[in-house]
Design a protein around this ligand. Structure first.
Ligand code: AMP
Ligand code: ZN
Length: 460
């Protein structure tokens, strides 16, 4: 069956044709490992995972590469400010490498918790300094870059067109409209490929331009070329990457080899919280840990993501998670009813459900529509193993572990006692004591969940 994706490059839904038959090559921009990944970041990685699973459902073999940014991403997302890794290392009194290892491990743990498949290749920027330097040299040799006293800049005016992804019109841009103007920059949109390191800079490497370090964008051009070649099928990332990071990646690849690296550019919209941007100042930056601490399974968050198309903004609320969690329980219960079913369902019904599900996922990953067909199957009045098998097949795309039944483990007496003390504290409106007890219970591996029906204790 044909697959269609919305391509940011052409701004339309297009028929997917891979370079090699039945093989899909994908590059995804990975995390900058200087802090915990938020559930917003995770929305983008869930999109990557859905893409993977849909391609596999259609019989494709995958070569999926994801980078880990551990150098070069500056606080401004542009060419100003400190490197995010160095800032975090200073604040946490650790080395940049320790910071990178620590947050990379947490990120990989979150992928696992959300049942996100691991890409075939995960590559760190700092392991590819040689490849990046070679690419910068090539861009220089081809006449697309110039040296200043502080950096090697890409000269965007040398391209036939800069801005093909985001649609920026350079003629309408005032100098300094976007970034502070470096007097040595030839054009305001020129960006740093390589940056000369000030003395005492923590992360630097030898280069033809002295001790220096890479700009943020060059790592993705260099690593995608190394692992997937000059041209590959799909490039993914969050929508915020379109006007800077991805536009600049295209510029770099064109400067190095004259080609736009990916044929299809897929971008996921943002996760909002309470209708706005997640921000530290509003105290609404949530992690997968927070979902767990509130007593929800990370898979409830995964399921919640299917309520919205990836190109639409998704608003996170705790009510939304509560409702997704309850729906997930109902879905699994419905699956079990079919699994125990002894009746027969005609192949016509099965094929119709499968065909419509398949069409929905192939239509630019329309998960809300696909989910409505999953519900139709779950609610189908005749209870049959055939439907259970079909739901298992659907779950290769959903990844919600539809066949999981919650094992109610025995809660140790020590935890029950702590929960009882917490109940007393709550009855006495001693909220600080009750919070303290909840934290103690959490540290011992259990979560207390206050529901309408009373208190529930679950294992983390
Ligand atoms: P970073 O670690 O900041 O480099 O971001 C990693 C990925 O998460 C990028 O692809 C971003 O576009 C994406 N991202 C950041 N915030 C959000 C959000 N609120 N919703 C969805 N994706 C996001
Ligand atoms: Zn990237």
């Amino acid at each position: 069956m044909d697959i269609y994706f919305y391509n940011t490059l052409t701004k339309q839904k297009e028929l997917f044709k891979s370079i090699k038959e039945k093989e899909a090559t994908i590059y995804s921009c990975g995390p900058t490992v200087y802090k915990d990944a938020t559930i917003g970041n995770m929305r983008t990685y869930l999109l990557n995972d859905t893409l993977r699973r849909i391609l596999k459902y259609n019989g494709y073999h995958l070569k999926h590469v994801m980078n880990i940014t551990d150098v070069g991403h500056l606080v401004s997302d542009g060419d100003e400010g400190e490197d995010k890794m160095i800032k975090s290392a200073r604040e946490e009194h650790k080395s940049p490498l320790e910071i990178a290892n620590y947050y990379t491990n947490l990120f990989l743990r979150d992928l696992e918790r959300l049942n996100i498949e691991t890409p075939e290749v995960i590559c760190r920027a700092t392991d590819h300094i040689k490849e990046m330097l070679e690419m910068v040299k090539k861009i220089m040799e081809n006449g697309y870059a110039y040296e200043t006293s502080t950096a090697i800049y890409f000269d965007v005016s040398k391209l036939d067109k800069y801005g093909i992804l985001s649609g920026i019109d350079l003629n309408n841009q005032k100098a300094g409209a976007r970034v502070e103007v470096d007097p040595e920059k030839r054009n305001p949109y020129d960006f740093a490929l390589w940056i000369k390191a000030p003395e005492n800079h923590l992360m630097k490497w030898d280069s033809p331009w002295g001790p220096s370090y890479p700009g943020w964008h060059i790592e993705c051009s260099a690593m995608s070329t190394k692992y997937l070649g000059e041209e590959f099928d799909i490039h993914t990332g969050g929508i915020d990457l379109v006007p800077t990071h991805h536009e600049n990646e295209i510029a770099q690849n064109k400067g190095a080899c004259g080609k736009i690296p990916a044929h299809y550019w897929i971008h996921g919209e943002y996760l909002l919280v309470d209708g706005g941007k997640m921000s530290k100042s509003l105290g609404n930056v949530y992690l997968v840990d927070d979902i767990i601490a509130k007593g929800y399974s990370p898979l409830a968050y995964r399921f919640f993501n299917f309520s919205c198309h990836y190109r639409g903004k998704l608003n996170f609320t705790w009510e939304g998670i509560e409702s997704a969690s309850a729906s997930l329980d109902r879905l699994r219960e419905g699956f079990q009813n079919h699994l125990k079913g002894t009746e027969d369902v005609s192949d016509v019904i099965i094929n119709d459900l499968e065909g419509r599900f398949h069409k929905a996922i192939n239509d630019d990953m329309n998960m809300p529509l696909a989910l409505s067909i999953v519900w139709e199957a779950v609610r189908y009045k005749t209870k049959s193993k055939k439907i259970a098998d079909l739901l298992k097949k659907f779950d290769t795309v959903l990844g919600i572990k539809i066949d999981e039944t919650e094992l109610k483990e025995e809660i140790p007496q020590e935890i029950l006692d702590l929960a009882e003390k917490r109940k007393e504290a709550r009855n006495n409106k001693n909220w600080s004591e009750s919070d303290k007890l909840r934290d103690m219970i959490f540290k011992k591996g259990y979560i207390v969940k206050d529901t309408k029906e009373g208190t529930e204790i679950v294992k983390k």
